[in-house]
Design a protein around this ligand. Structure first.
Ligand code: SF4
Ligand code: SF4
Length: 176
């Protein structure tokens, strides 16, 4: 896949995302990262196939490169969910401008079923246009559900954590 941007020395996904094939947990630097991937030709498919939002974007400037922004954005569910994976060493990075304004604008699509989830370590924050719902620490085996519910004739945003799910049914970004 050719992309408008290139990773350079970024490597934030090599720190923030879990790589199952390497048994690498989220939030810990991959042992193969040395100002770039030292096993590039032999990196696992999960790494080779990962393209963050900035890498693919023609309109996000260099300040959005994840090692500068201090978060990695990627989509899943056919681009209907945007995950914002924040470096726990900079937990408020996503709240700075121009990032926060962009994230809030993206959240306006939530009425069409779009989902926007901010992850800071195990903490999960669901972003709606007029509200951010901080769910606190959510265990990987638990599932975050959110959307709009009708209350007193109005659409009101909600977000909650479901526990006691059957094995494998939790939603636990971040992972590549
Ligand atoms: S976070 Fe994006 S730009 Fe940075 S190394 Fe990963 S894919 Fe490349
Ligand atoms: S194998 Fe390479 S691309 Fe994959 S996480 Fe490690 S350093 Fe990054």
């Amino acid at each position: 896949m050719t992309t408008p941007n290139s990773c350079g020395e970024c490597g934030m996904c090599c720190k923030l995302l879990a790589i199952e094939a390497l048994d690498k947990p989220a939030g810990a630097w991959c042992g193969h990262f040395r100002r770039g991937c030292s096993i590039y030709a032999d990196r696992p498919p999960a790494c080779a196939g990962f393209h963050c939002v900035w890498l693919k974007s023609e309109r996000l400037g260099p300040e959005w490169r994840p090692d500068r922004a201090k978060f990695v954005m990627y989509t899943e569910r056919d681009d209907r969910r945007l995950n914002v994976i924040v470096d726990p060493a900079h937990p408020l990075a996503w709240k700075r401008e121009p990032y926060y304004g962009f994230i809030k604008r993206m959240s306006q699509r939530v009425t069409d079923g779009y989902e926007l989830l901010v992850c800071v370590g195990e903490r999960r924050i669901v972003v709606f246009p007029h509200e951010d719902i901080d769910l606190g620490v959510v265990k990987p085996e638990h599932k975050v559900v959110f959307g709009y519910a009708r209350r007193d004739g109005e659409q009101v945003p909600y977000a909650m954590v479901l526990s006691d799910l059957p094995d494998g049914e939790g939603t636990a970004p971040p992972s590549a």
